[in-house]
Design a protein around this ligand. Structure first.
Ligand code: PMV
Length: 365
């Protein structure tokens, strides 16, 4: 599909008002997206586990305006309070997607959003937040144009979410989502995420992710800036090629359940992401001393216990500890005994692989 396929033909229905709520999860990349072209087109393909517990719940109430103006009209509430400071992000998002949702200026929207994870936990809410909002808007589009198929609905929601925050396009479905053109994946696209449809070994079906909150502060460098620094990065070409290769390798790992290979690829991807940050100009470091303490502890425990835990990182200091469900008891005991001490205020989140976003209620007036 191409961008133009997401521009709708004139709508068939008239819709005065309504309300919809979606719960959309966060995701954790195994092969990382780092570097982008114009319009949130990724410089390399990526794949992620969709999460379950870490999610955003967003309700959108919509009411037809008496007169359309040249501005968007919306109010934004975050965890019950009006948030003027979040509005520019939504405004930018609306501007980017207006061509694909031409009804946006016809309605006044009340957007109410809340996260399941603690506020300022250092966990990015852009993936879950933007995907939840994209789904609510798609719901309204389907009210206006009821012949939209479920397949198109899902694709377009991912396409729109991508324009809000790249990785958000991987939060619509579960349990594994791939995004970005990849030579050996049929149907892969730079425009939206697709559910990984090859064989997946049962060991990956209920993988665990314990998120260790090492540093809950504001990041010194945003991911937008980080992506941009890949444009003139001395290692960018090799990095982008490596992501393609790692994705190809991971596809066989998913099929045969080879956890040794899984660990090698996932940890290498995490460290490469941070190596890219450390070798950009200007360079920066998002890991903290406790991030490295945790990594070293994980390596030592893996060696001594012969379990299969590994780590991955996103663009921050927090550590995602990934492990198979059948090793949960032993690994979780180790996390509590030896890793939680490195978390800020001892905080961590127990999550696992999830199955995508869900509509919660429809409260039509
Ligand atoms: O979606 P963004 O622009 O916040 O970028 C996300 C980048 C990483 O989390 C570091 C990697 C990824 O693929 O999710």
């Amino acid at each position: 599909m191409i961008e133009e396929d997401f521009v709708p033909s004139p709508y068939m229905n008239e819709v005065e008002e309504g309300k919809v709520t979606y719960r959309s999860p966060s995701n954790i990349a195994l092969v990382k997206y780092w570097g982008k072209k114009e319009n949130q087109i990724p410089a390399n393909p990526s794949i992620s586990f969709t999460l379950d517990a870490c999610a955003t719940i967003t309700s959108v109430s919509y009411k037809k305006r008496v007169r359309k103006t040249s501005n968007f009209s919306f109010d934004l509430f975050f965890e019950g309070s009006m948030k003027e400071e979040f509005k520019p992000k939504i405004e930018t998002f609306f501007n980017r997607i207006e061509n694909y949702l031409p009804f946006l200026k016809d309605y006044h929207f009340t957007i109410e959003t809340a996260n399941s994870f603690p506020h300022s936990s250092g966990i990015a809410s852009s993936a879950s937040g933007m995907s939840a909002l994209a789904l609510c808007l798609m719901y309204l589009e389907r009210e206006l144009s009821p012949n939209i198929t479920t397949e198109f609905f899902t694709k377009k929601a991912s396409f729109l979410a991508r324009l809000g925050s790249g990785s958000a396009c991987r939060s619509i479905e579960g349990d594994l989502v791939q995004w970005g053109n990849h030579e050996s994946t049929e149907g892969s696209s730079d425009l939206y995420g697709i559910k990984f449809s090859n064989k997946v070994h049962t060991v990956f079906k209920n993988y665990q992710d314990t998120i260790l909150l090492v540093d809950k502060g504001e990041k010194q460098v945003s991911s937008t800036v980080g992506h941009d620094l890949m444009r003139n990065h001395p290692f960018s070409e090799q990095r982008f090629a490596q992501a393609h290769e790692n994705l190809t390798k991971l596809k066989s790992v998913f099929a045969d359940g080879n956890l040794n290979e899984f660990i090698k690829i996932v940890e290498s991807e995490a460290l490469t992401l941070h190596a890219m940050m450390m070798t950009s100009l200007p360079y920066f470091v998002l890991m903290k001393p406790n991030t490295l303490q945790i990594i070293n502890k994980i390596w030592a425990f893996r060696k001594s216990s012969k379990t299969n835990l590994c780590f991955t990182l996103d663009a921050g200091a927090n550590v995602h500890v990934l492990y198979p469900e059948h090793e949960k008891k032993e690994v979780f005991q180790f996390i509590k005994n030896e890793l939680v001490v490195y978390c800020q205020n001892g905080q961590y989140i127990c999550d696992q692989i999830g199955f995508g976003a869900q509509k919660i209620i429809i409260n039509k007036k």
